[in-house]
Design a protein. Structure first.
Length: 267
């Protein structure tokens, strides 16, 4: 099934789970009340185009067809122009259209150079998944950016992130998204395979950089994720949506007007 087909039924996703953890009211406004966002953040728009271009490149790797660095940079220029130029719904805060065009090309150039050393076999690109957690009525759905197999037969799950600063090891080792990706693959035919997890980070610092990080998940990590998801599901099921107006997401929240109205009206 495609991700669009999976989204038809009620579900949880990694972004939904993270929204609920960061701010229950954000989850309610965006996913229960289904209010329209006031704007698209520059980070979201930029990351979306980066993902799209990398997916094109990885599909060429999967098919064994040529896709040069010039092809990658030209693709980014085309999609960034198409989706971001004169798009009034995008709110540019620290960067602007032209600056992000340059940053995107630098980051993708670094990514391409890194991948030139990669000898892994591509198994899946932008692979949709669905699996159930016992005690949770809704399935967990999502998309895995890249699935590969190394020379030893290990499965490598890669998630691609764009950000403003480097990830520390603790943040990577506790990344819930990677844990759920491993659980998804185990639930969909890879339960008897050794799985490695990788976070490919493209960092928009003054000197752009690409940093890949490998990590592992144990059964205990999966158990903790299941307990967390069950707690979140119980909160959703019982309409418990606690606002967090000190969240890091507040500053650039695209639902701030609805949030202010909620507080003004007494909740």
């Amino acid at each position: 099934m495609t991700i669009e087909e999976l989204r038809i039924e009620s579900h949880l996703s990694v972004s939904a789970i993270n929204d609920y953890i960061d701010c229950g009211l954000l989850y309610k406004i965006s996913r229960i009340d289904k209010k329209e966002s006031e704007f698209i953040s520059e980070g979201l728009a930029f990351g979306s185009v980066i993902h799209e271009v990398i997916a094109i490149y990885q599909n060429h790797r999967k098919e064994g067809t040529c896709f040069t660095k010039e092809d990658m940079l030209n693709s980014f220029e085309y999609y960034w122009n198409t989706k971001a130029r004169s798009n009034e719904s995008i709110r540019f805060v620290k960067g602007d259209f032209h600056l992000l065009m340059l940053e995107g090309k630098k980051l993708l150039s670094l990514y391409f150079d890194f991948m030139m050393e990669n000898t892994f076999r591509v198994i899946g690109v932008e692979t949709p998944f669905r699996f159930k957690v016992e005690g949770v009525d809704w399935p967990i759905i999502g998309i895995i950016d890249l699935i590969e197999e190394d020379e030893m037969g290990n499965i490598i799950i890669s998630d691609i992130k764009t950000g403003k600063q480097s990830f520390d090891s603790d943040r990577i080792d506790k990344n819930l998204q990677l844990t759920l990706y491993q659980m998804a693959l185990k639930a969909n035919g890879y339960h008897n395979r050794d799985i490695l997890l990788k976070l490919d980070t493209l960092i928009k610092t003054k000197q752009p950089k690409f940093e890949p990080f490998y990590t592992l998940r144990t059964q205990e990590d999966e158990k903790r994720a299941i307990i967390k998801i069950r707690s979140i599901w119980n909160g959703i099921k019982n309409s418990i949506f606690i606002p967090n107006d000190t969240s890091w997401k507040c500053k650039e929240c695209p639902y701030k007007t609805y949030c202010n109205e909620w507080f003004k009206n007494g909740g």
